[in-house]
Design a protein around this ligand. Structure first.
Ligand code: ADP
Ligand code: MG
Length: 624
């Protein structure tokens, strides 16, 4: 090939050019066109010759065309570029783009040389792209959410106005800083770790919540959706995120959680049993509720029917009452109901039941108190009131009776003097005197029991009392009954009348002997004791908590059933044959012990012996 192209070669360049090439004269009229021209505007080269270029240009671009022409004449020989909409031969509008050179002054050319091509497709793509950018740009700018993009280092690349508004920063204070800087310090490591993991594992999208700190130091909770951004080669180039201020929601949730914790604690620590019942089953029970029934909480929840916990005699009524709940006006019901504890003992309760909801289903809420102790106390009170009444009665009679006895005895003595000479008669009068003495001693007991006799309390040692009585009692009880003492080395002193306490102990020992017609063993023991709140001794005896001395008398005799035990402290209650028992021994003991500030209790079973416990308050420095 030669260094310079031949004319033919140059002609081929123009003829086979993909661009349209035309030569235009000074009036703007096309003088020559290459074969490619039909590809652009649909006109064959021959049709174009003689056409004024301006006539091809759409009205909107006429002005731009004039500007181009002006520039061509201003800058001869310089390339001038332009882009215009032109009318295609088929009527459609096409975007053309071209470059022209004014070579009119070139002696051998004498024309304006124009190259142009159809760029409609590109223009359309550009327009679409611009529209999209506009649209998303608006969304980005106007969004009420935080939107940002961070680069591969996690530094802000773009942030929308909402981001700046929430954080109170200017744009240039933010761009280029790592977004993790704005996260509350204690949350930073976990959030970083979260996004590291997301990038490493190629998780596209994730949601996290964290507290962020604003420019003025406020805390804002954000819920953030982020996704990773990859370039065309699949390389990680950063992330985009949309975040929302969820401070209010978090606050509400925190408040709810706190309130829930508070109410939970209230219910869990309540001294009232709380039960929620749904379709016969317990779905919730608090610790106290489990305690009342002697079960573990879970055991109760596992029961197929809560009704099995009701006392047989109360079950039908309770089920009936509960069934009425929620029907016609009955929104609550109060029940006194007996329950059966796990150890099959009976618990007396008072229950307040209302309709509630549990897991969006109707349920029954029962708040329950254990009134067993109260019922027992009420029984005790009734009992002592009865004792009091009988005592008063007996005391009144005993008083009059004593007067009568004085008269009987006085007269019998006078008579006895007069009948000395008649031995038979004297013996009969002696019988009268003897009976009068026995009656007098009985009356003394009655008076004692009815509290008409004044006690003379002194500080005394129960061990000493036991020693005195034991000497006396050994003669009384017979050879086949063994008397064993088991005394604490030292016991606290108690405040009581020694003669009366001796009487109490003696009564108990005599009763024990009576209970062992075929011999046996009586054990008398003393012990320092401390009553604690809620301990059986405290609840059974109604004594205040504190230090006491225990005096116990136990035997292995015939024992008693429950119905006998319930009555033994009543005056005149005896199971012994007439003439043997007065029924005053224990009533007297009861009266003395109560007056001394103590209590007497019994545990026994038929055939299993009996054990009496006397508790007397210990004398301590503080209490007089
Ligand atoms: P009395 O001894 O005159 O019958 P008490 O008041 O002393 O009257 O006793 C009342 C009843 O209590 C006795 O009749 C007996 O049934 C019962 N009792 C008392 N102590 C015992 C005991 N240790 N073992 C069995 N029963 C007893
Ligand atoms: Mg007796």
């Amino acid at each position: 090939m030669k260094e310079t192209a031949s004319i033919e070669q140059l002609a081929a360049l123009v003829d086979f050019s993909a661009d349209a090439v035309v030569l235009v004269d000074a009036d703007g009229v096309i003088r020559w066109a290459n074969p490619a021209t039909p590809d652009v505007l649909g006109y064959a080269a021959a049709d174009l010759v003689g056409v004024r270029v301006r006539d091809l240009v759409e009205p909107e671009d006429q002005q731009a065309w004039s500007a181009l022409v002006a520039e061509l004449f201003d800058r001869p020989a310089a390339p001038v570029m332009g882009s215009f909409r032109c009318r295609h031969r088929d009527g459609s509008v096409r975007w053309t783009e071209g470059v022209a050179r004014n070579l009119l002054q070139e002696p051998r050319v004498g024309a304006i040389v124009v190259y142009y091509r159809d760029v409609t497709a590109r223009k359309q793509t550009e327009a679409a792209l611009r529209a999209t950018e506009d649209r998303y740009g608006h969304l980005f700018e106007a969004a009420a959410d935080i939107i940002f993009e961070a680069d591969a280092e996690g530094c802000f690349r773009f942030v929308n106005p909402e981001t700046l508004r929430v954080f109170g920063y200017e744009r240039d204070e933010v761009i280029g800083r790592r977004f993790t800087e704005f996260i509350r310090a204690d949350y930073r490591p976990s959030i970083l770790q979260h996004y590291d993991k997301q990038t490493r594992e190629g998780v596209l999208n994730s949601y996290v919540e964290f507290p962020a700190i604003t420019k003025d130091g406020r805390e804002v909770w954000l819920g953030q959706n982020a996704w990773i951004v990859l370039d065309a080669t699949g390389q990680y180039t950063g992330m985009q995120a949309v975040a929302r201020d969820i401070t209010e929601r978090r606050g509400a949730e925190d408040a709810l959680r706190a309130a829930e914790a508070k109410y939970r604690a209230l219910v869990e620590q309540s001294l009232v049993g709380v039960y929620i019942l749904q379709n016969e089953r317990l779905v919730y029970v608090n610790p106290k509720g489990a305690d009342i029934l002697g079960y573990a909480q879970q055991e109760l929840l596992d029961l197929p029917s809560a009704y099995s916990l009701l006392h047989d005699q109360d079950r039908a009524i309770v089920i009936d009452q509960l069934a009425r709940l929620g029907t016609a006006g009955a929104s609550s019901v109060q029940l006194t109901v007996r329950g059966t504890r796990k150890d099959s003992t009976v618990v007396q309760t008072e229950a307040f039941c209302t309709i509630t909801e549990f897991g969006n289903q109707p349920a029954i809420l029962a708040t329950v108190i254990d009134i067993s102790d109260r019922v027992k106390l009420e029984d005790q009170l009734r009992h002592s009131q009865k004792m009091e009444a009988v005592g008063r009665l007996a005391g009144g009679i005993a008083h009059d009776f004593n007067n009568l006895l004085t008269a009987i005895r006085g007269n019998a003595e006078l008579m006895s003097n007069r009948v000395k000479h008649d031995p038979a008669m004297a013996a009969e009068v002696d019988e009268i005197l003897h009976a009068a003495d026995r009656a007098a001693s009985l009356t003394r007991q009655l008076l004692l029991f009815s509290r008409k006799q004044v006690l003379q309390p002194v500080a005394l040692d129960l061990n000493e009392i036991v020693g005195n009585v034991a000497r006396m009692a050994r003669r009384l009880i017979g050879a086949d009954v063994q008397l064993r003492l088991e005394l604490a080395p030292t016991v606290a002193q108690v405040l009581a009348d020694p003669a009366q306490i001796e009487q109490v102990l003696l009564n108990l020992i005599v009763n024990a002997r009576d209970a062992m017609p075929h011999g046996g063993r009586i054990q008398v023991s003393t012990e320092n004791a401390r009553l604690r709140i809620g301990a059986p001794d405290t609840t059974h005896s109604g004594l205040a908590p504190g230090p006491y001395v225990l005096l116990a008398v136990a035997d292995n005799g015939v024992g008693m059933d429950q119905s006998t035990q319930a009555r033994i402290f009543e005056p005149f209650f005896t199971t012994k044959e007439t003439g043997r028992g007065t029924g005053l021994g224990l009533a007297t003991a009861y009266a003395i012990v109560r007056q001394s500030g103590g209590a007497i209790t019994v545990t026994s079973e038929r055939g299993e012996g009996a054990s009496f416990r006397v508790l007397l308050p210990a004398l301590t420095g503080e209490t007089p």
